[in-house]
Design a protein around this ligand. Structure first.
Ligand SMILES: [Zn+2]
Length: 462
């Protein structure tokens, strides 16, 4: 009798491609799924998954993990086995060096990377002022760097236009055309002008229309969950009907987080949106858990630009409205604090995926279990061109999450109420490339089987 390296037995196995759940056992050989059967099989290591859901590992299509150990831990404890970093124009410029380092050290989960325009490429060509456009020479230089990043295995290009509002149309279109030529997708953090503004979404759709590139609109609820979600989704629907390849990602929260020194927290910007200091909650540093006042705002803007601040701005129901759409993919927007030693202190970092199943499947019943699983496995895998992930089939990478659909829940809270990094409940086992990383809900610290993902075919389904 065959002895498998790892066996997961008696589980409710989710065959996400066939949209069905089968009772049975999975045999894993090294880092691949090599048997799915209702017969008894034996393994060197065995996990009893009786009464539990056995799903492909979750893929976080928007997670600023970028090799951060604290964020990697929080991600895998939720069942995430692959994350896409480098979103919103940030991330890492030297992708090849980053991948080599990650693979040499190991990481909890698999990582794919976008190359970021608004911080990284602009910085690399010497632009320090976010309000000015790049010159012709600078655009040429950025184009070369972008091509180099694609050749090194970057999965796409990211814009954080709100962080570099001076970016010119030329700059954006020339880089987007290169992405299209290389078969890479573009993730866009749009530049919203006010809480009723949809022109930024129109601009994002236009990028796809003009260049033919596949566009993923980032953290859709943070951008448009301000009372205009229905109209925003209508715009996306219409664009998709016209044959444009536009999708979006969104998390499970209506309050976003970024660093206090960012352009988003400029005073004129705050005025435009009608945010008061009291709408802003400090998530890291000496005022952690406190709402801002004029005095602390000025102090942090001057002396502590890197502290994370959460802005309470959105409407909760618009989260569920957005994620009910098939083309809106679940994402966490997880990120480290700028020191990298801790997470940024937003509950999205530790709570997103369990909260998604609790709210969308169990409490609000917006999605069936299979539909919810598709949204964080097969759908992102298809968009990223990951033919061996997000699926439960022979030969697929053995990235698997085993959870209890009756108990899965987030415990992470905003920092004025509780612990933002609190571990969720109900995620029992997480397997990455055939190795157990979360065992009975506990992280195995030295288990780092995650790989960088750099040899990618072009994405197909959008
Ligand atoms: Zn962003």
């Amino acid at each position: 009798m065959n002895i498998y390296d790892l066996v997961i037995s008696n589980g409710n196995i989710v065959d996400v491609e066939q949209k069905r759940i089968i009772k049975g056992n999975i045999g894993i050989c090294k880092n691949k799924i090599c048997k799915i059967t209702d017969k008894n099989i034996q393994g060197k290591i065995e996990i009893d998954a009786k009464g539990l859901i056995v799903s492909p590992g979750f893929i976080d299509i928007h997670g600023h993990i970028d090799g951060s150990i604290p964020c990697g831990k929080l991600a895998v404890l939720q069942g995430v086995t692959t994350a896409v970093g480098g979103n919103c124009g940030g991330g890492i410029l030297d992708i090849e060096k980053f991948f080599d380092e990650q693979d040499a050290r190991g990481f909890f989960i698999n990582q794919a990377q976008l190359v970021g325009h608004s911080f990284r490429l602009r910085e690399a060509v010497g632009i320090t002022n976010p309000y000015i456009a790049a010159t012709k020479q600078q655009i040429e230089k950025m184009s070369d760097l972008l091509k180099k990043s694609f050749q090194a295995g970057a999965i796409g290009l990211s814009f954080g236009i709100e962080y570099a509002p001076g970016s010119s149309k030329d700059e954006i279109m020339i880089l987007s055309k290169i992405a299209e030529k290389y078969g890479k997708f573009i993730a866009i953090h749009t530049n919203v002008n006010n809480p009723n503004d949809l022109s930024s979404l129109e601009d994002a759709i236009k990028i796809s229309e003009i260049t033919g590139a596949k566009v993923l609109v980032s953290h859709f609820v943070y951008q448009y969950g301000t009372g205009i979600m229905t109209e925003a989704l209508e715009m996306m629907d219409k664009a998709r009907h016209r044959g444009l390849e536009v999708s979006a990602d969104s998390g499970m929260y209506s309050a976003f987080s970024t660093f206090i020194g960012s352009t988003i927290y400029d005073e004129q910007y705050m005025k435009k949106f009608g945010w008061k200091f009291d709408d802003l909650l400090v998530a890291t540093g000496k005022y952690k858990g406190k709402r801002l006042t004029r005095e602390t705002y000025e102090e942090l803007r001057r002396y502590s630009k890197e502290d994370s601040v959460i802005c309470f701005t959105g409407i909760e129901d618009e989260i569920y409205e957005a994620l009910a759409k098939e083309y809106v993919i679940l994402s966490s927007d997880i990120g480290p604090s700028p020191t990298g030693r801790i997470s940024e202190g937003h509950p999205q970092n530790a709570g997103t995926f369990p909260r998604f199943f609790r709210k969308m499947v169990r409490e609000k019943k917006v999605l069936s279990l299979i539909e919810a699983i598709e949204k964080c496995t097969l759908f992102p895998a298809e968009r990223l061109g990951l033919t061996n992930k997000g699926r439960m089939k022979i030969g697929a990478d053995a990235d698997i999450v085993i959870f209890d659909i009756d108990t899965i829940r987030d415990k992470a809270q905003f920092p004025d109420i509780g612990e933002p990094d609190a571990k969720p409940e109900g995620v029992h086992f997480v397997v990455v490339n055939g190795k157990i990383v979360v065992n009975n809900g506990e992280l195995i610290l030295n288990s780092m089987p995650g790989k960088s993902i750099r040899d990618l075919p072009a994405c197909t389904i959008w």
